[in-house]
Design a binder for this molecule. Structure first.
Ligand SMILES: Cc1cc2nc3c(=O)[nH]c(=O)nc-3n(C[C@H](O)[C@H](O)[C@H](O)COP(=O)(O)O)c2cc1C
Length: 459
């Protein structure tokens, strides 16, 4: 049996993810896991159609596919995303149809689920038989329980392929939106010196996206700045080299225009709108490259305190996973989400109202420095980064460590000496039946008592 492993690490074979594939190779030598470095060789695959067709032939002749990739910003790397786009652009879907597929990722378990959801949906769109996914924390292999689990996953997947097990389809195809957005003349809102920047990937002026972006630009006075990603000199995707971790200096610095664009335009704006059409189940790979390349800022909130909105053309409302990724992205940046305006949200009138409302809120909230309350996305994410940067990732991400120290992000509960004292005393006292009885009786009242000084008591 041959299993085509589509390697999504830009680092190629010397990558964490491929060690997990090697583990499977070691455990199941009969399965022939054949590795293809699609992310690392994306430029070649894009330029050389023969090379791409050779790979497609290899996939076609295999019995199953393993999508193996590292998590990059809620998804796979932009190089891998580009490969997925090429499959439909070059009409190579038939090589994947009916083929059993599994997903294997390595990450620090930050939004691995959205990447898995995405790949599951892509497999369903390609008509593959999606078996399931495996999320390995980078260092899981060092634990015997996790090695056992991975081995079980490999065994189950191989058995599913051998027994031609049917799959459970989780995603229905998305239906393209048909509305032609009719623009108009908006009432512009004075930006009160707040800097507004709209970033779009390649955009046709006459498309819905082009018209929505024009309408939004004109909703601000002075008109909002617009930058198209195609006009920024970006030589390539993030290489995953982690060299930026020490001092936030990207290996591309001085070689292309991304860092300069990000620091001097994106970070300098108060209000940002990200605009683009949906490509498969995400935005384009150019947008993905934008996010990946911003990794030179490490795990710090580079867009802190900004107002951020999204202008999207395509079936956004059928892809809740995309909305989740972008919402979480904004939260983790400690920025404020203005909202999503998409051309599948209603009539032209409704879209125009939404665009004007977004413009108004962006300026209003920027003036009031309003950042909405964080949810699990930020609260959970910050703890994952805090623990990782404090411990095993610190030598690599020294710039993050300095930032976390300076900004008080190392807020570990075990440092809270007052509560540690109270807790241990209270736990001891609660062993006494009378105290315990009184404690349980008063618990409800005591839990609200410390709010008293901020609120008026009802009579
Ligand atoms: C640009 C970039 C973005 C990343 N984004 C995420 C992420 O969103 N979630 C996560 O858990 N890990 C993320 N990571 C960590 C990698 O997924 C992790 O280190 C992975 O094991 C690297 O695998 P590789 O050596 O096979 O490339 C990111 C790493 C890089 C370089």
């Amino acid at each position: 049996m041959k299993i085509a492993v589509l390697n999504g690490s830009p680092k190629g074979q010397i990558s964490v993810t491929m060690q997990y594939v090697r583990f499977l190779q070691t455990k199941f030598p009969q399965a022939q896991f054949q590795i293809y470095d699609v992310a690392q060789k994306i430029n070649k695959l894009e330029r050389n159609k023969e090379e791409f067709q050779n790979l497609i032939r290899e996939i076609k002749s295999s019995q199953a596919v393993l999508w193996a990739f590292p998590l990059y910003f809620f998804l796979a790397s932009s190089q891998y995303k580009r490969f997925i786009e090429l499959i439909s652009e070059r009409k190579a879907q038939s090589a994947f149809r009916k083929k059993p597929a599994a997903v294997l990722t390595t990450s620090i378990n930050f939004f691995d689920h959205t990447a898995h959801n995405y790949m599951n949906a892509i497999c369903d769109d390609l008509g593959m038989k999606y078996f399931g996914s495996y999320s390995a924390e980078m260092n899981d292999m060092l634990k015997s329980s996790e090695r056992k689990r991975l081995e079980a996953f490999g065994e189950l997947f191989i058995a599913a392929v051998q027994n031609a097990q049917p799959a459970i389809k989780n995603y229905q195809p998305v239906v393209a939106t048909r509305i032609a957005f009719k623009s108009g003349r908006p009432k512009p809102i004075n930006t009160s010196e707040k800097k507004v920047l709209i970033i779009a990937d390649e955009m046709d002026k006459k498309s819905n996206l082009g018209k929505m972006v024009d309408y939004l630009r004109a909703s601000f006075s002075p008109t909002a700045d617009l930058v198209q990603l195609k006009d920024i000199d970006i030589k390539g995707g993030c290489l995953g080299c982690m060299q930026c971790g020490i001092d936030n200096v990207c290996v591309y610095e001085g070689k292309d225009g991304f860092v300069d664009f990000f620091i001097n335009q994106v970070m300098a704006a108060d209000i940002l709108f990200f605009a683009g059409p949906i490509r498969d189940r995400y935005l384009s790979s150019s947008w993905k490259r934008f996010f990946d390349r911003s990794f030179f800022k490490g795990h710090t909130p580079a867009l802190k305190d900004k107002q951020i909105g999204f202008i999207i053309s395509g079936p956004l409302n059928q892809i809740s996973n995309l909305r989740e990724m972008m919402t979480a992205y904004v939260e983790i940046q400690r920025a404020n989400l203005i909202g999503f305006i998409s051309d599948d949200m209603g009539t032209s009138e409704e879209i125009k109202i939404a665009l004007q409302t977004a413009a108004f809120r962006a300026v209003d909230y920027a003036q009031k420095n309003y950042i909405k309350s964080p949810t699990f996305y930020k609260v959970g994410g910050v703890k994952i980064f805090r623990d990782a940067v404090y411990s095993r990732l610190r030598p690599v991400f020294q710039a993050d460590h300095r930032y976390y120290k300076q900004h008080g992000l190392y807020d570990f509960p075990q440092k809270n000496y007052k509560w540690r004292m109270i807790n241990s005393t209270l736990i001891l006292l609660l062993k006494i039946p009378l105290v315990r009885k009184e404690f349980l009786k008063r618990m409800k009242v005591e839990m609200t008592r410390h709010f008293d000084r901020y609120i008026k008591k009802p009579k």
